[in-house]
Ligand binder design. Structure first.
Ligand code: NDP
Length: 449
């Protein structure tokens, strides 16, 4: 039996039976249910109301065909998804991912995690997620536009500023959001805040682009300070990925006094002992949409290595910012052996359960994704507020709110870990703190027959 509580075991068995073969989703549910052991002991009312039984089943799961025509005139067909997981505390909110690995399991794991993450922000947003197995890499702008328009033609039937507000994620940045927003507006004839991550000229929020990476560093800084009286100052930092989250985590970690020495993509990683030159990375990734390998051609003294292996680099702080399950038990062993003091997750579920266990057992400060990377969705919620008010806040205003939110998330997670006898275990603390508000809202709203 994986669980001490018979009740949780029963819930988990049913999830396994209903979602056969959906590995990522089952992994995410198991991790969350494990942290509910002390909750079900302390709160029989939650068990009686069937809150957890309801929580693990999405309110709605939409799958659709996305046909489009490529530049050669050939018809292509992709698969689109949106999971509307939980709306107890607000409209569904969560990104859209365009990547060949996207499938029902990945979307459901991300949507499930999003419930707790969104609740932790303290803002009124429910949990959702979506995407497609479409791969924007190597496609022309015109192809990406036709795909986005086709995708939105169906998705528009299911979303709305007060119903479900998608954002970006892997493979979905400002370009894709713009094409989708344009199509939504054409179809519905309304200018509303139905998507976040929009361009600044049509309702986007300042600091949204930077928010996840910045927020990750604000969270990590607070964790370092509160748990070990430490900071980024003088620390060597390794960050995986080289997309939106990795780039702005690099910027903030550097501003806070750290030295970021490595970044990666799905082909390999670069090491620069002098500290990453972010202008070069931005030019390659944001302007030219190139590969990280090109960094080594442009910056003397830096080295590119093909393949996995970024976690073998010695560092004090590790920030995985690429994708799920990119850091396994062996990687954790290497990081611990090399003296890592803190790991915080910018990506969603980047550490395998084995890796997380090793970090916690070794007393490494560990910031789980749903707490550490919540800055993106929090700022998306701030974009929603600005859209509703038809106002724009300054960069400094948004950044200050973001910082405050991340500090609160750390303390709420830490305090919950203490309250339930697991002091310092932020995995459990974040799950429990995120769950509390959702459970309460579900109680008040009753069961609909
Ligand atoms: P981007 O598409 O901008 O960048 C993704 C980066 O991760 C790229 O460097 C990419 O390399 C790498 N990557 C993707 N898949 C793999 C893989 N299978 N193996 C190795 N590397 C891979 O995405 P984001 O930066 O927006 O997202 C990164 C992570 O952060 C995701 O887990 C996402 O869910 C999470 N996140 C993002 C938020 C946001 O606001 N953007 C908010 C909260 C979480 P390559 O180019 O080779 O594919």
């Amino acid at each position: 039996m994986a669980f001490k509580s018979e009740y949780l075991q029963k819930v988990y068995d049913k999830v396994c039976q209903r979602n056969k073969g959906e590995e990522e989703f089952l992994q995410a549910v198991k991790e969350v249910l494990e942290s509910f052991e002390p909750v079900v002991e302390k709160r029989p009312d939650i068990v009686k109301a069937g809150i957890i039984d309801r929580l693990v089943e999405p309110e709605r799961f939409i799958q659709f065909r996305v046909p489009w025509v490529d530049d050669n005139g050939n018809v292509q067909v992709n698969r689109g998804f949106r999971v509307q997981f939980n709306s107890a505390i607000g409209p569904y909110k969560g990104g859209l991912r365009f990547h060949p690995t996207v499938c029902a399991s990945v979307i459901k794991f991300l949507g499930f995690e999003q419930i707790f993450k969104n609740s932790l922000t303290g803002l009124p947003i429910g949990g959702g997620k979506g995407g497609s197995d479409f791969d924007p890499k190597g496609k022309s702008d015109a192809e990406v536009m036709r795909f986005c328009q086709s995708f939105m033609t169906e998705l528009s039937k299911h979303i709305g500023a007060d119903t479900d507000v998608p954002a970006g994620d892997i493979g979905v940045g400002a370009r894709e959001i713009g094409f989708m927003y344009g199509q939504y507006k054409r179809l519905r004839n309304e200018f509303t805040g139905v998507l976040t991550g929009k361009g600044l000229s049509y309702g986007g929020s300042l600091a949204r682009t930077e928010a996840t990476g910045y927020g990750l560093c604000y969270f990590t800084d607070e964790m370092l300070k509160s748990m070990k009286n430490e900071s980024f100052k003088g620390k060597t930092v390794v960050i995986s990925g080289s997309g939106n989250v990795a780039i702005y985590a690099t910027q903030k970690a550097t501003e806070l006094g750290g030295k970021v020495v490595a970044l990666s993509d799905s082909n390999g990683y670069i090491y620069d002992e002098n500290g990453i030159n972010l202008d070069v990375v931005k030019q390659i990734k944001e302007v030219e949409r190139g590969r990280i390998k090109e960094y080594a051609d442009r910056v003397p003294g830096s080295v590119y290595t093909e393949g996995k292996g970024i976690w073998s680099i010695k560092c004090d702080i590790a920030l995985p910012c690429a994708t799920q399950n990119e850091l396994n038990g062996d990687d954790a062993d290497m990081l611990i052996k090399n003296g890592v003091i803190a790991v915080a997750e910018g990506a969603n579920m980047p550490s395998t359960p084995e890796a997380v266990e090793k970090f916690l057992a070794a007393g490494i400060m560990f910031g789980p994704a749903k707490a550490a990377n919540a800055g993106g969705v929090a700022t998306s919620a701030l974009e929603m507020s600005q859209n509703s008010e038809r106002l724009s806040w300054t960069f400094e205003e948004v950044d200050a709110k973001l910082k405050n939110i991340m500090i609160n998330i750390f303390h709420n997670s830490y305090n919950a870990s203490k309250e339930y006898g697991l002091e310092g275990n932020l995995v459990a603390g974040a799950n429990i703190a995120g769950f509390a508000k959702v459970a309460d809202a579900m109680m008040w709203q009753g069961v609909s027959y």
